[in-house]
Design a protein around this ligand. Sequence first.
Ligand code: ZN
Length: 379
Amino acid sequence: MPTSSYFTILSNSCLVLLFQAFFISIAASSDRHTPENHIRTRAGAPFKVALFADLHFGENAWTDWGPKQDVNSIKVMSSVLDTETPDFVVYLGDVVTANNIPIANASLYWDQAISPTRSRGIPWASVFGNHDDAPFEWPMEWFAASGIPQLVCPVLNSVSLSGEECSFRGTSRLELMKNEMDNNVLSLSKSGPQDLWPGISNYVLQVLSKEKPHTPLVYLYFLDSGGGTYPEVISTAQADWFKRISEEINPDSRVPELIFWHIPSKAYKKVAPKFRIHKPCVGSINKEKVAAQEAEMGIMKILVKRPSVKAVFVGHNHGLDWCCPYGQLWLCFARHTGYGGYGNWARGSRILEINERPFSISSWIRMEDGSVHSEVILS
Ligand SMILES: [Zn+2]
């Protein structure tokens, strides 16, 4: 359904007007592209989301093993998508390792990373991690006798780069997001309000149920936790934005809310299991310390005060996959999905399943080999 008719149908309450105003302002800020702001559930079926975290496409793109890793990451995603058949996918940041991509536009690698989801006709949304717009790091070995290798620029969507374009100048968050949105009708990602820059992936989506089309089943909030070209932090402006928007669209906290960003907040350190993962935490690997954001600017205080916020999902730490309670909400890691990035822990994907009646949110981890573990009820 086009966005305009969608707005017309829902235009008879003050709440909806506020909602419209918000989404129209978002649409305006993302220039000519106005993607859908909602996802619909299938009749009689639970709503299922797969989280793809830390794919790190384009790692050491000039070597043989770099591109091989990307092929393996595509196999992981394909296996998860075919086993779980989710309704929606969240790309939870570090989609590419931009500091390793010696070409002008990292979107070519970004595009490879989203291709398994796109080719199956599944809609998705993405947030930025600390590697997605990181500046290129010139390998020291390029300055030794062997010299700078011949750069191979990937060709995708019949776009091939040549000359100046096939040399590195970096790809900004705005460019990455614009390329994703402009070239993919299934992408529900957005460039958020300009007053939240340099954070870009700040937006909210509603999941509408088939049975009650005017009442959202759940709200999905996406926040940019920084890193790469600016500090790893969720700003006070982002926290205030979340507070304002959530109070506008969900004033009585009646609709459950789920939150997605890349880098764990400091609160994750407080609940982290010391050695083995034990109750109330649920998970299978606890192999490293939480690498938290650099500062806490207020988002967690706001989240814990909202009874509708059920869980936060992050990536970033490839060796952690647990969920632990924090006040009335859950703090969860996804599962390292990509062959790119540090660590050799087996790859997988955290799955979320939202049931409408009775309402419940459950989660588990689906591994590349098809096995399942770490089932947990989050609401
Ligand atoms: Zn990562």
